[in-house]
Design a protein around this ligand. Structure first.
Ligand SMILES: Cc1cc2nc3c(=O)[nH]c(=O)nc-3n(C[C@H](O)[C@H](O)[C@H](O)COP(=O)(O)OP(=O)(O)OC[C@H]3O[C@@H](n4cnc5c(N)ncnc54)[C@H](O)[C@@H]3O)c2cc1C
Length: 396
């Protein structure tokens, strides 16, 4: 019998999980198209941005699929002809498929706010994080003084994680550079009246208290109006800074708009109860309009869900309808402290931190062999600096 040709687009949480789940079934011929050679583990990017190892946030796809019958094509998916079932890549390759699974993730959205694209840093990817760190260190090397004001925009988990880790990181690198200790001001700006606006108020309050204890200044209910080379404009007034980090907006991948997909609320692709946009096209993870879209746990769940249904169909069984699974939310705020929401249970402090570490271990095991996942988990405890001064100080 001819194998079923499955093309998966996106080497992130959803795409990798779907490919691994299908790879143990010889009835499938699997091709994964990724615009990167590696899988990016987003939850630790804030840590990589503040002195953690780069490899904790990055796993080569060649390692993920070692000994698996998955063909990886490093290229950008550009055009999808759903009628003819052909995917065309940016380099002009055409891939014929029986089924396509789309898991392309989201892109940064600046909502058209003037100056952000030019002047703000991000921490959505390894390359964002590398630019951000280079900027901080370069400033210390060039001017022998810190910026004094650092601004993070976005009171969601990413902004909070970075704001919580940045003060101690800045003090550490000032020390490495032999710069006299001075107070740095880390500002966290959020348009809504409280942090984590979609979480219970008690979680917001605990996180706000924790950030204040770490010396972070909160600017709540303050929508951003613009950015310049040396300031962020909020409420008509500038906050001076040469370091603005934007974590406040994401939009769906433009691929879907460019290829004529229909959308539900929040710009997510409309899917049916099998996560199909049409008979041969599945859309999962951050791209799909599902209740918990936007979480890695959801993307992994979706990838496994679609793969299992494809196997059921080949077995002559009916596919199962999608039952959304509520994720566990864990937000680390500075070393040794995290806020967790597990169903209705809230956990704060060191136990939240342990829960986060356990969640990372579980996530690594979803994409790597037990041996690789264990090695990966240990990388969370390491430190790394590309800056010559800091790496010398760390070695001595
Ligand atoms: C900084 C940060 C921290 C986060 N922390 C958490 C957390 O703690 N817990 C949690 O549950 N979630 C977290 N998330 C959210 C989580 O990362 C996403 O929900 C998850 O990555 C979604 O998985 P996905 O497979 O849909 O997309 P992704 O994992 O983003 O994968 C998409 C892949 O597709 C590739 N791609 C894009 N366009 C193309 C194209 N045209 N052709 C080929 N390849 C393409 C991308 O490069 C990427 O590799 C965080 C996100 C960020 C940015």
């Amino acid at each position: 019998m001819a194998k079923q040709k499955v093309v998966i687009v996106g080497g992130g949480f959803g795409g990798v999980r779907a490919a691994l789940e299908l790879a143990n079934d010889v009835r499938f011929d699997i091709t994964l198209v990724s615009d990167k050679t590696y899988f990016e583990y987003h939850p630790t990017l804030y840590h990589t941005a503040t002195g953690g190892l780069t490899c904790q946030s990055q796993v080569p796809l060649s390692t993920v699929f070692a000994d698996k019958s998955v063909e990886v094509i490093v290229d950008k998916a550009a055009k999808l002809d759903r009628k003819a079932r052909i995917l065309t890549t940016a380099s002009g390759k055409t891939l014929q498929y029986d089924t396509v699974i789309l898991a392309l993730g989201v892109v940064t959205n600046y909502f058209g706010i003037k100056g952000l694209q030019e002047y703000a840093y991000g921490i959505k990817s390894i390359s964002d994080v590398t630019k951000f760190k280079e900027h901080i260190h370069q400033q210390l090397i060039d001017e022998r003084k810190p910026d004094m004001h650092y601004i993070i925009v976005g009171g969601g988990p990413t902004g909070i994680e970075l704001a919580g880790a940045l003060p101690s990181y800045l003090h550490r690198i000032m020390k490495n550079h032999g710069i006299r200790e001075r107070s740095v001001k880390v500002n966290l700006v959020e348009g809504a009246p409280r942090l984590l606006p979609r979480m219970p108020k008690s979680t917001s309050r605990a996180v706000q208290r924790r950030l204040k204890n770490l010396g972070v200044r909160l600017h709540l209910g303050k929508p951003v109006e613009g950015a310049t080379a040396d300031a962020l404009v909020v409420g008509g007034k500038p906050i001076r800074s040469h370091t603005i980090v934007w974590t406040a907006g994401m939009a769906n991948n433009p691929f879907f708009n460019e290829n004529g997909f229909a959308f539900g609320p929040r710009g997510k692709v409309a899917v049916n109860v099998y996560l199909q946009a049409d008979d041969n096209t599945y859309v999962i993870g951050d791209n799909a309009n599902t209740p918990y879209s936007g979480m890695a746990q959801t993307a992994v769940y979706d990838g496994a869900f679609v793969a299992k249904n494809l196997k059921r169909i080949l077995d002559g069984k009916d596919p199962k309808p999608y039952k959304p699974e509520k994720p566990v939310y864990v937000t680390p705020v500075g070393h040794g402290w995290a806020a967790a929401l597990w169903g209705k249970i809230e956990i704060f402090g060191i136990f939240g931190w342990f829960l986060r570490s356990a969640a990372d271990a579980k996530a690594f095991s979803e994409i790597e062999s037990p041996m690789e996942a264990t090695k990966h988990w240990f990388t969370e405890f390491g430190e790394q600096e590309d800056c010559k001064v800091c790496s010398h100080a760390m070695a001595s």
